[in-house]
Design a protein. Structure first.
Length: 245
């Protein structure tokens, strides 16, 4: 074989090996979403978490927490990263609650959202930092408010499906629409000409304005039934009791 041909063969072999390694790495990363799906379908029933069963056997959750820590996000698409971070947040909330379980509310855990650090893709982050410095700062997507579950009964619904890169937009739209249809998020009180909405809209009202989606406009855009234009918007009580089966 001529020297030039040998060089070409070697280059081809190196490229093939590199492609196989990349494919294997990507397949391993996608396994995180498959494992998350299996976990949620096992331990999330009708939107509530079976903490009692998890307290007995947390092996599958522990494995996911390790994957969250070691996930490599270099060269991943924005949809991959966004889906990963959403799943990571929801899983870390369950993990953090489980470490203090039994507990009546996530707020009973000191510094749960603001001080407790978790490892996410090799970085130490609090839940608030993951939510705001990573997710909202990177993607500026108001629908995130309605797909991240904070572990309490009044939080957005925790579905038993993993958020995946390939279905991210559909899942964000679906989750937001479903939450907007919950009476504890949007409740039209015809007797008093009022619209009672979740305090999420009060806490982050400035963000909705900043993103060009005032509360009423956002709800109308994402709800199956539009709001009566003349009704007053009031903020409902928020139930911080643990979202437990």
């Amino acid at each position: 074989m001529k020297p030039a041909n040998r060089v070409m063969v070697r280059l081809f072999a190196l490229l093939t090996l590199s492609t196989l390694l990349l494919d294997k790495s990507f397949s391993q990363d996608l396994s995180f979403f498959r494992s998350t799906e299996q976990f949620l379908k096992t331990y999330v029933i009708a939107g509530k978490v079976d903490f009692k069963s998890l307290d007995y056997n947390s092996e599958s959750l522990d494995s996911l927490i390790t994957q969250i820590d070691t996930m490599a996000l270099d060269d991943r698409s924005d949809d991959f990263k966004k889906a990963f971070y959403i799943n990571a947040y929801n899983l870390l909330v369950i993990h953090g609650v489980l470490q203090a379980y039994p507990v009546a509310s996530p707020l009973d855990i000191e510094g749960f959202f603001t001080e407790r650090k978790f490892r996410v893709a090799g970085i130490n982050l609090t839940l608030d930092e993951l939510e705001f410095k990573v997710l909202f700062n990177s993607y500026k997507d108001l629908r995130l408010h309605f797909i991240l579950n904070c572990g309490a009964k009044s939080c957005p619904t925790l579905f038993s499906d993993a958020i995946t890169p390939s279905e991210l937009e559909e899942q964000l739209n679906f989750s937001t629409a479903m939450v907007m249809d919950r009476d504890d998020f949007v409740n039209i009180d015809h007797a008093n000409d009022q619209i009672k909405v979740s305090r999420i809209f009060e806490w982050y009202g400035d963000m909705f304005e900043e993103y060009g989606m005032p509360i009423r406009k956002f709800i109308d855009h994402n709800r199956f039934e539009t709001l009566p234009g003349s009704y007053e918007i009031v903020f409902d009580e928020y139930d911080w009791s643990l979202n437990e089966l």
